[in-house]
Each structure stands twice: as C-alpha cells, then as structure tokens.
Design a binder for this molecule. Structure first.
Ligand SMILES: Nc1ncnc2c1ncn2[C@@H]1O[C@H](COP(=O)(O)OP(=O)(O)OP(=O)(O)O)[C@@H](O)[C@H]1O
Length: 584
C-alpha cells in the first residue's frame, strides 16, 4: 500500500516501475479504454425509483393508514407509563403483514419521545423472539441492554460529579491561598458574622440526602447534579458545614463578600466535597457491580437476577416488546413469560409491562393459565387489509418511492388485488410493487405496467417455493423428490404407496433412516399445507379411499433446489430402478 503511494507520488520516476508513471489524463484514458461499459447501459436508463428504500420491509413508515384504531388503543393503554404507573400487558394478534410490528414500533417511538420531553423515565425494549428464542437469551439480551443504559447513566453522573468536585476543589484551593496571605481578614470575618452562625445552627441539615448526599437516588430523570431533587439554600449549606477541613462551603457561601460567585455546591444535594467524593466512589462501585451476561454458560437464575438488578437500579417504566412471542413459547415454553409477568411484585424502583405480538391466535392455549390471564390483560386484533386499504397503503408509499409518472394507473390496484387474495398482507403488496419496479428497471423501460406486476407475482411465488423447499428437513426433501421422480416418469394421480416405494429406495441409496408409511403420509400432508404438493383424498368405491398427489410447484426449478442439497445431489443413480418399477 505504502509502496503504491510512493510510486504514484514519485514525480521524477526514480526507482519506480514505468507502469506507475501514468499522468492523470493518460490514466483516465486508459481506464476508459479498459472499461467494458458493463454499468454504463444500466446507468443510462432513466431510473424508475426515487427512493426504493421506502418499499423495503426494514423501513418504518411515519404514517400507517387504516391502523389508527389499533394505534390509539395501544396509546391509551401505554399512557399510564408516562404517569409513572404500570401499563397493562398487551397481546397483539393478526395475520402476517397486517402492520402489527410497524404499529407497535410507531407507538413505542412516540412513547419514548414523549417520555424524554416530559423527563419521565420510560423505555421500550424490542426483542424479536424468532431470533432470540430461549429464556436465557431473552433475559441475557434484556440484562445487557439495561446494564448498558445504567453504565451510560452512571458515566454521565460521574462526569458531572467529577467536574463539580474539581470546581469545589479549585475554589477551596483559592480560599486556602487567601487565608494564607490574609489571615487577619478571615479572623475578622469570623467575628463579624456571629448572627449568621446562630441562624445556621437552627437550620436543619439537608433532609433527603442525609449528610453526605449518598442516598441521592439515581432514580428519576430529573435527578442529576444540574437538576437536584433537593434545592439547597446557600445559608443552610453554610450552617451545616462549619468545619474548616472538610472543604465545605460554609465560609465561601457565608455572604461575607457579596461579589463572591455562587458556590458550586449550592443548589446541589451535597454539603461538602467529601460527600461528592463519596458519591463518586459509590457510583464507581455500582458501575463495577454490573457484570455483562455472556450469551451462554450461566445458570438461568443468575441471568434473571442480573437482569432484575439492572432494571431495578433506577426508577422507570419498562415496556418489553416481544415480537413473534409464539416462537418463544413454541421453542422454550412459558417460563420466560411467567418470570417476566411476576417481576412487578418484587421490583422496588421500576415497573415492567409486556407487549406480545403474534400471528398465531392459538399460542395462548399452551400457556399456564396464570401467564395467560396476566399476558392477555388487553388484546388488540389486527384484521387483514382489504384491497382498498392496501391500495391506500401502496399509494402513500409510492408517492415517495417512485419518480413522478413511473407507475401506470392499473399497477397499484393490481398489486393490491393480488395481495388481498393472500390474506391481506401489506408486506406482500409492497414486495410486489418493489419487484415490479425492479423488473421494469431491468427491462430499461420508464413505466411500470400491469405485465411487470404479473411477472413479479410469479417471481415472488417462485422465490417463496425455493425458500420453502431449501429449508425442508431431509426426510421431507426425500418424499418430495420421490413425487418429482414419479411425475418425471409420467405418473399422474400418484398414490401414497407409490411415493413410499420410491422413498424407501432413495433412503437405501443415501443410507438414511427409513420412516414408516404412516409418517411419510404425514410428511405429504405437511407438503400439502406448504402449498408444494396437492393431495386430495378420493374414494375408490369398495377399494376404500386413497390420496391422489400431484406437484403444485414448477418441477424443474424444484428439482434444482433439491439437488443443491449436497446429500441429494447424486440421486441420478436411482433413476434406472424407478423405470424398472414402472415396467412392473
Ligand atoms: N397501515 C400500513 N401503512 C403502511 N405500511 C404498512 C401498514 N401496515 C403494514 N405496513 C408495512 O407492511 C410491512 C409489514 O408490516 P409489519 O411487519 O408491521 O407486519 P406484521 O403484522 O408485524 O407481520 P408479521 O407478523 O409477519 O411480522 C412493513 O413494511 C410495514 O411497514
């Protein structure tokens, strides 16, 4: 790297390779010649998008049409957090893409902004339980979040207190210097103010912070050195601190010299520099006591207790937002929810409220009745969008996403209609619109037309199939492969027995366990539910009933995806015996 620079900067060329001595003009000429124009054609097309990001799932819209009822209901419940009360727990239900997460995040942002506006400590913690799906991980993530917040809070206080300490110290130094140079003045002053000394004797020491300020609770947002909970009168500081050695403010603030600026400790909960030092040490100890939780390895009750202490370190209302909460319950039961929901009875300073989001309406059936009733104190349902609502949503986004006349008039209605058929999924509608735009961009046209939407629909469907097939368990892949082989060999209306025969041979070929026919029948039903095969039960009269199976996805593409699994890539060898079987 350094060498390259030395070459290019080497004006006299000594010691440089000739190739590096190209003059700038020459260099650009060379670059132009070497470029194949790979990107030029693409760049030259008039871009369709103004801002593609607003169509991506990661974008949180500022406006959520057709969700004002749900948003208002959430806000009505959560407003108690701003009054320092515990909001009821909320369960949010609705099918995928109905705006649950977007609405909940929108409300949380508003809540946090209002809380900082009014200096009410209120925080929302978001956890995606699809990713964080065990009690340990949920608690560890929460614990570390609050430890981080506590550290930040402590660091801010330490900065303020250290600064205060330094200022007091420098004033004390000045005062000592003055004492040293003018001893008689001080003496005279002391005699001059007997009255103030009497007065100060009568004044109580600061009530709320004791004599050292150590119980200055770290608890409220207003609780800082700059905004103390206890307002000190200068005189009271004077009176409570007659001792010369402690560096207090008595002499300083005694009002002898009217031109003396306000002492730094005035208007703070501290009556002496020692009290400040003590508080600094205390905060440093607190800081050290918060040990970050590792992502594995501790007993869960230890993680819980660290989380508990970290949350309870200061007075605040915490809303824990558990998105995809059903995944957490499915993976690791309801222990997490049980522990979180009973926390409030033990917390001293803080309050915790849970907001669960799920697209599985039935997951509460698996909950302990106590957890179920506590969690479902308030329930908010997000119904699917209809085509008109989806149209509004798309219209809002497309105004920002696309260039002026990039959309032909039938595009948004068509995207909305397709997505409305898919259980009113706004995510699907936005995906369709974005993909249609990308396809139009790729074909270098200026306008997105209906055909782009239809192509986008096919592409998204294929992408979905690819993703579903790719992530199937191996046994299901083998069952699917058997069906594909039968179809490839011209067998239609395939029955379970035929699938099972091929499946067994594939298992032998690949040296894997062979499941029972009953289990294979279940796997076929699962593939049916995923929309990969179509299995209909038909009556064969006195021969009973049988399943007729056919493939619902494109054969070749699906086979390619299956073969991309290294275990299934050599299945070619099986082909002859499939043929042989049909000859029977
Ligand atoms: N009313 C709306 N206005 C604008 N955009 C919306 C609206 N509802 C949903 N969306 C958008 O649709 C997409 C999906 O929404 P969201 O993630 O909130 O759905 P969800 O109900 O939480 O789905 P899932 O259960 O799959 O997580 C997001 O990009 C979101 O911004």
């Amino acid at each position: 790297m350094a060498d390259d620079n030395s070459h290019t900067n080497d004006t006299d060329g000594i010691g440089s390779t000739p190739g590096f001595r190209t003059a700038p003009e020459e260099r650009s000429l060379t670059d132009d010649e070497s470029s194949q124009g790979l990107f030029d054609d693409l760049l030259s097309g008039e871009p369709i998008f103004e801002n593609k990001e607003v169509l991506r799932p990661s974008y949180t819209p500022h406006e959520l049409p057709h969700r004002s009822d749900q948003i208002n209901k959430m806000a009505t419940i959560l407003v108690s957090a701003l009054r320092g009360e515990t909001p009821s727990n909320i369960l949010i239900y609705g099918k995928t893409g109905t705006g649950k997460t977007a609405s909940a995040k929108f409300v949380s942002q508003e809540l946090e902004q209002t809380s900082s506006k009014y200096s009410v400590p209120c925080e929302v913690e978001y956890i995606n339980c699809e990713v964080t799906d065990t009690q340990y991980r949920v608690l560890a993530q929460l614990a570390n979040k609050f430890i981080e917040k506590n550290h930040e809070w402590i660091d801010d206080r330490l900065d303020e207190l250290t600064d205060l300490h330094d200022r007091v110290e420098s004033i004390d130094d000045d005062r000592r210097e003055m004492d040293a140079t003018k001893p008689s003045t001080t003496e005279a002053d002391e005699h001059q103010s007997p009255q103030s000394a009497d007065e100060t004797d009568d004044l109580d020491p600061p009530e709320t912070n004791g004599d050292d300020g150590t119980d200055e609770a770290p608890s409220t947002a207003t609780d800082s050195v700059s905004e103390p909970t206890v307002q000190f009168q200068e005189e009271s500081v004077v009176s409570s601190d007659g001792d010369d050695d402690d560096g207090g403010v008595a002499d300083e603030a005694s009002g002898v010299d009217e031109s003396t600026p306000t002492h730094p400790l005035a208007d703070t909960p501290f009556d002496s520099i020692d009290a400040v030092t003590e508080r600094i040490e205390e905060l440093e100890d607190d800081r050290d006591s918060f040990e970050e939780v590792p992502m594995t390895g501790w007993p869960t009750d230890r993680v819980y207790s660290v989380f508990f202490d970290a949350v309870d370190y200061s007075e605040r209302v915490v809303v824990i937002m558990l998105d995809e909460i059903d995944k957490l319950v499915e993976k690791s039961g309801d222990d997490t929810l049980y522990n979180l929901s009973r926390m409030n009875s033990e917390l001293e300073n803080s309050r915790v409220s849970i907001m669960g989001i799920s697209n599985d309406l039935k997951f509460t059936d698996f909950l302990d009745p106590r957890v179920k009733s506590s969690l479902g104190e308030e329930e908010i349902v997000f119904p699917p969008y209809d085509a008109n609502q989806l149209r509004d949503i798309l219209q809002h986004r497309s105004d920002v996403a696309f260039k002026g006349d990039a959309l032909s008039p039938d595009v948004i209605p068509l995207c909305a209609a397709f997505a409305a058929q898919e259980h009113g999924d706004a995510r699907r509608a936005l995906d369709l619109l974005r993909t249609a735009g990308e396809l139009a961009e790729r074909s270098q046209t200026d306008t997105i037309v209906e055909d782009h939407v239809r192509q986008a629909q096919d592409k998204i469907e294929l992408d979905r199939v690819v993703e579903v097939v790719r992530t199937l368990p191996t046994q299901s892949k083998l069952v699917l492969f058997s069906i594909i082989m039968l179809e490839q060999n011209g067998v239609h209306s395939i029955n379970t027995g035929e699938v099972y025969n091929i499946y067994k041979r594939l298992c032998q070929e690949l040296d894997t366990d062979v499941l029972t026919q009953r289990r294979v029948t279940d796997l076929i039903s699962e593939l049916d539910m995923l929309g990969i095969v179509n299995a209909v039960v038909v009556s064969k009269g006195r021969y009973g009933r049988t399943k007729e199976i056919s493939l619902s996805v494109p054969l070749e593409e699906t086979e390619v995806v299956l073969r991309s699994d290294s275990r299934l890539s050599d299945i070619d060898d099986v082909q002859p015996f499939v043929q042989a079987r049909f000859d029977n």
